[in-house]
Design a protein around this ligand. Structure first.
Ligand code: 7TS
Length: 419
């Protein structure tokens, strides 16, 4: 893990970090905000907000087109952000970083380009049963078009991928394994390195959905040896509307474009059009320039942060939350994986998750309730959804305690007869 600039002996200063996130300092429903919905989207430090503001106030211009000062500056900053993203995940080459709207679009790009041209009848795509819908539905759509089939990989009652079941399902018909790095619904840290090696043993490609990982752990696509890695800027303290598809160069350069338009062509004529090389052939139309620049600022922010200290602080927060959940009468934790990050999913016995979420909100506490876009997992557990508290390094132990104090009140309100 990166240790950042702070020395190992300097304690992680959560109050100093919080001061960088202006949104955190506000009252909601008459209480200080406790933001525990970080898995849905993270908050943005001033540096990111300022970078976006500077772009619009100082050098807003389209990229790659203009022969004027502002266009040059916008293009330079936009491409600098791509270099930052490449370094952030240790990409061998910057051309392997393709801007997308986010994880969802990155996965759809692979489905519509690589999978549409490489899958055929009888081929298989393996997807763990705990995946987010955006790592299920695109594969179902392309399977329908190609005659391939999507097979779920079993998940244990604890919320871990059943590796024995995965191995049993692996043969040369499997062309792709699409797996999340960290589960958004349960926080399970999946053994992606093992899964990548297993997939490669049978000649399958492996795509990692890194949406939940990038905020919590350093990512090294070369060490992982994955074929594709997808992530969203907004879950790692950057803006919405921007994300990355990283791909192995040999795969990306053989893939057909999936959207046509400006920026992605070399020459256009009615006799035939030729396409740009990487990464532009996959970036039709005006990109989210402010978003890319904002994501670059988020990466700078993370690089300057004591990431080891932040990770240790997050682990302490989650441990405290799990401990309190387990000693809280009537609270059932959903998911008991050995390795978890960032997420506590739970139910309050006798109460609907939506009611719990609403009453927590009345006390200033923001959580998400529902199926978390992981319906097959909820179906497996026979539950309508969960209450999900998800943490970032700017949360405090006091906020964890406030969650459970508020939950005590919720319990009295919803279940006055239960002790
Ligand atoms: N994959 C995972 C694992 C996710 O958690 C999410 C978003 C996505 C893909 C899609 O990312 P997007 O940026 O393209 O939307 N997860 C959530 C969540 O847990 N609550 O709201 C969004």
């Amino acid at each position: 893990m990166n240790s950042g600039p702070a020395s190992a002996t300097t304690p992680f200063d959560v109050e100093a970090v919080r001061a960088e996130f202006p949104i955190l300092d506000q009252q909601v429903n008459g209480h200080p905000l406790v933001y525990l919905d970080n898995a849905a989207t993270s908050q943005k430090p001033k540096a990111v907000i300022d970078a976006i503001c500077d772009y619009y106030t100082g050098y807003n211009s389209n990229v790659h087109r203009g022969a004027h000062f502002l266009a040059d500056k916008a293009t330079r900053r936009f491409e600098q952000a791509r270099h930052k993203a490449a370094a952030f995940i240790n990409s061998p080459r910057v051309e392997q970083v393709i801007w997308t709207r986010g994880t969802t679009e990155a996965i759809n790009l692979v489905a519509n380009s690589w999978a549409a041209s490489n899958l055929g009848p009888g081929d298989r795509v393996l997807v763990p049963a705990l995946e987010h819908h955006s790592n299920i539905v695109p594969w179902q759509m392309v399977a329908q078009r190609t005659g391939a089939r999507v097979h779920p990989i079993a998940v244990t009652g604890d919320g871990e991928i059943d590796l024995a079941a995965l191995e049993a399902g692996l043969d040369e018909r499997v062309k792709l394994i699409a797996v999340g790095h960290i589960s958004n619904a349960l926080g399970t840290v999946n053994p992606v390195q093992t899964i990548i090696a297993l997939g490669h043993n049978v000649g399958a490609k492996v795509l990692i959905d890194g949406a939940q990982a990038v905020a919590h752990t350093p990512v090294d696509v070369q060490a992982l040896d994955c074929d594709f890695y997808a992530f969203s800027g907004h879950k790692m303290f950057g803006p919405t509307g921007i994300g990355v598809l990283w791909g192995r160069e040999s795969l990306l350069s053989a893939m057909p474009p999936w959207q046509g338009g400006g920026e992605m062509i070399e020459t256009v004529s009615f006799d035939g059009t030729t396409y740009q090389g990487l990464p532009y052939r996959f970036e039709a139309g005006t990109p989210d320039i402010a978003g890319a620049i904002g994501l670059g600022a988020a990466i700078d922010y993370l690089n300057a942060l004591d990431r080891a200290g932040a990770a240790a602080h997050e682990t302490a927060l989650l441990d405290r939350a799990i401990e309190q959940a387990e000693s809280f009468p009537g609270v059932q934790r959903i998911g008991q994986a050995h390795q978890v990050a960032g997420v506590l999913s739970f139910l309050l016995e006798g109460a609907h998750p939506a009611d719990v979420g609403m009453l927590l909100d009345q006390q200033g506490i923001a959580v998400r309730t529902g199926h978390h876009c992981a319906q097959p997992l909820m179906t497996q557990y026979h539950i309508p959804g969960t209450v999900r508290a998800s943490f970032a390094f700017y949360n405090t132990t006091d906020e964890v305690d406030r969650l459970f104090e508020a939950l005590t009140k919720v319990k009295h309100m919803l279940l006055p007869e239960v002790k």
